[in-house]
Design a protein around this ligand. Structure first.
Ligand code: NAP
Length: 293
């Protein structure tokens, strides 16, 4: 069994990006600038946004954080998005999800300019991804694809089972791995809460991508020997072992599944750091105008 070290790969990727940023600045080009909009005080969202801002510092990007209280009106939030769209110094920005229930998430995302949508959530970027056109691929699936590539994990002809069909992880993941590209050509089965006999699918899988948000869902008897298991799940559970009073649990019962795998990602330290590195990479592409000219 080999552990896939997402933290290490993420730091290597950030080092490469930092080098490119230095070259851009030396050539008197613009310093890349990422902005984040954060609504409310959800602990998880605050932690994720803080990690994204920290990554900007690490690679030499400028960053801007715009905070709104959880009672912000949809109109005011839309205005924040429009202001960032119109600000020529901002190369890309994200609106940290989830948003409070009184705000229409789709309306907010559809207001972001596709050329600044470095999370890759806008329908134009999703559509371009499906059609194999240049686009921002949403950060978590993009990070997973890069992990598979770095560890030379063969996907061609393999059977991949994706657990979860969300717009930001499971669905794009299933599309990327089924594409006729070097890191694709899998036969993909997409499972969700209405899937019958889910275990029959996972037991046949060469690669399992677990994106449910259900701690320790995937057990040893659901996995065949030699499978590759990618754990996307990050559920905050209370813990007396940490200073913060919580820890992150993955969707995989790691101790019993890991010995059966050829490769497996840990939680934390697997997919999470790659999501951040991929967002930073998308922002660099935005600053260099490589996707939308
Ligand atoms: P989501 O929007 O809640 O979607 C969960 C999906 O899992 C849904 O498609 C749901 O099916 C399915 N599902 C839930 N319980 C199931 C069960 N018992 N059996 C079969 N299918 C089940 O979640 P998400 O946004 O994709 O996130 C999934 C997990 O990944 C969460 O823990 C989240 O925190 C984590 N995450 C991590 C990163 C990272 O960077 N590491 C990034 C994004 C998300 P239905 O569609 O039928 O409801």
């Amino acid at each position: 069994m080999q552990l896939i070290d997402g933290k290490k790969i993420s730091l290597l990727l950030q080092e490469q990006i930092a080098k490119e940023v230095k070259e851009l600045i030396a050539a008197e080009k613009k310093q890349p600038h990422l902005a984040a909009i954060l609504v409310g005080n959800d602990g998880g969202s605050e932690t994720y946004v803080a990690a994204k801002i920290k990554a900007c510092e690490n690679v030499g990007f400028k960053s801007t954080l715009i905070k709104h209280p959880d009672y912000v009106t949809e109109e005011k939030l839309l205005q924040s998005v429009i202001d960032l769209n119109n600000n020529p110094d901002i190369d890309g920005f994200i609106v940290q999800l989830p948003l409070p229930r009184h705000i229409n998430e789709h309306k907010i995302i559809e207001t972001i300019l596709p050329s600044k949508d470095v999370d890759g959530f806008h329908p134009i970027n999703v559509g371009r991804m499906v059609l194999n056109l240049p686009c921002y691929v949403s950060a978590t699936p993009f990070g997973i694809v890069q992990l598979l590539e770095k560890y030379n994990i063969e996907t061609k002809g393999k059977h991949c089972v994706v657990l979860g069909r969300s717009h930001i992880v499971g669905s794009p993941m299933s599309i990327l791995l089924a594409k006729n590209t070097a890191l694709g050509n899998c036969t993909v089965t997409l499972c969700h809460s209405k899937t019958e006999n889910l275990i029959e699918h996972t037991r046949k899988a060469d690669i399992i991508i677990c994106a449910l948000g259900s701690p320790e869902f995937l057990k040893a008897d659901m996995v065949k020997d030699g499978a590759v298991v990618i754990d996307v799940g990050t559920t905050r559970v209370e813990s007396t072992e940490t200073k913060s009073g919580f820890k992150l649990k993955g969707d995989v019962k790691f101790d019993e599944v890991a010995p059966k795998c050829s490769f497996i990602t840990p939680v934390p330290g697997g997919v999470g750091p790659m999501t951040i590195a991929s967002l930073i990479k998308n922002t660099l592409l935005a600053a260099k105008k490589e996707i939308y000219r």
